[in-house]
Design a protein around this ligand. Structure first.
Ligand SMILES: [Zn+2]
Length: 366
């Protein structure tokens, strides 16, 4: 981006070109933008369908750049998502469109906070960030009970801010530690796989998420039950989680989708195969997101469907089942099993990375 601005400005000195910036508002549309600037609407029609979808949802508040000569638009840069922007170039009435990456400035910040009042309040007070607390909780959720943090708990956070025109667009925690009189936990973001590990290369999260969704309540546990539709005693081989239709459903672990489609009774369903002989099943879905298909590899936490009421179902809920070596098991039993530990080359790579990070930022782990 800097390069582009420099080029623009040197142009503007030489040829009296004018640079305008403008904020994208709720009233703006890409089509309207073309019309207003006397650009051919074929620019829109010739876009690939995937980009067409994106220009319909340009985020409000984004800054767009216009380069004009005697009020004729020569170039425009319009962000279409957090990573890319569309560039329109007018070469003597011939229009060229390109998708180019958005350049961000980044800066790292380090802070040490004593939690005296309340986690959210104290972190906000020290960093003025509204998202850091939830990111921190997400990292340590399996280890720390955030509803009962002991007094004088010390928190260290090294984080990276992604900025565009001075506005923070994203925040990423690179290292964090939480230390109370009862425990100390360290978490390093592994740049090679995007997960958090402690100083011994053990993942902070288990192989499985505690649940595949945010839920309001559990309406049926694993075990024998009187079936509400079939009016018979039957084995309920999963857990039923209740929430609103459309609630995102996440894969509880890395794995490969081995079934996506309709199963009698289950309705719209996804089945995922994981390491160590595990299979998870997600049933009664309303729909699936784009890019979810048979054979696709998914990451822990990835959205694989939306809560629904399809198949034999008495109301909106997710039926979640876990199979180990071909037998249904109680999903709550997998909660704290198998942590991921890095071994071999990946371990070496990670340990040498955190070693240099500790030196650079003077991080003491105890
Ligand atoms: Zn069920």
């Amino acid at each position: 981006m800097k390069k582009f601005i420099i080029i623009l400005f040197s142009f503007s000195l030489l040829l009296a070109y004018k640079v305008e910036t403008k904020k994208w508002t709720t009233k703006d549309t890409f089509y309207g933008f073309l019309k207003k600037n006397s650009l051919p609407v074929s620019i829109y029609y010739n876009l690939p369908s995937q980009i067409k979808r994106k220009v319909k949802r340009i985020p409000v508040g984004e800054t767009i750049f216009l380069l004009k000569n005697n009020n004729i638009l020569k170039q425009a840069l319009i962000p279409i998502d957090s990573k890319n922007q569309i560039q329109i170039i007018n070469e003597n009435g011939k229009y060229i469109t390109k998708i180019v990456p958005i350049m961000y400035d980044t800066r790292k910040r380090y802070t040490e906070i004593n939690i005296n009042n309340n986690l959210n309040y104290d972190i906000y007070n020290s960093t003025h960030s509204r998202t850091l607390t939830s990111k921190l909780i997400d990292i340590f959720n399996d280890k720390v009970n955030f509803r009962a943090i002991p007094k004088n708990t010390k928190i260290k956070i090294l984080y990276e801010e992604k900025l565009r025109y001075g506005k923070i667009k994203d925040i990423k925690i690179i290292y964090a530690s939480i230390k109370s009189k009862y425990y100390t936990y360290n978490a390093f973001l592994n740049p090679y796989d995007g997960r958090y590990y402690d100083e011994k290369a053990r993942s902070l999260k288990g192989m499985f998420l505690p649940a595949p969704l945010k839920y309001k309540r559990i309406s049926s546990k694993f075990g024998m039950r009187y079936h509400p539709i079939l009016h018979k005693w039957r084995m309920h081989d999963g857990i039923d989680y209740v929430n609103r239709i459309g609630t995102p459903i996440h894969s509880v672990a890395d794995g490969k989708i081995i079934y996506k489609g309709w199963i009698k009774g289950y309705g719209k369903t996804v089945k995922i195969k994981h390491k160590n002989g595990y299979i998870t099943i997600y049933a009664h879905l309303k729909s699936w997101p784009r890019g979810i298909y048979n054979g696709k590899w998914v990451k822990q936490g990835q959205i694989i469907g939306y809560l629904g009421n399809t198949g034999l179902s008495t109301g909106p809920h997710l039926h979640f089942g876990v199979m180990k070596n071909g037998r249904w098991i109680n999903p709550v039993k997998i909660k704290n099993s198998a942590k991921i530990t890095l071994w071999g080359k990946k371990r070496k790579q990670f340990l040498s990375y955190i070693n240099s990070l500790q030196k650079e930022y003077n991080i003491a782990l105890k």
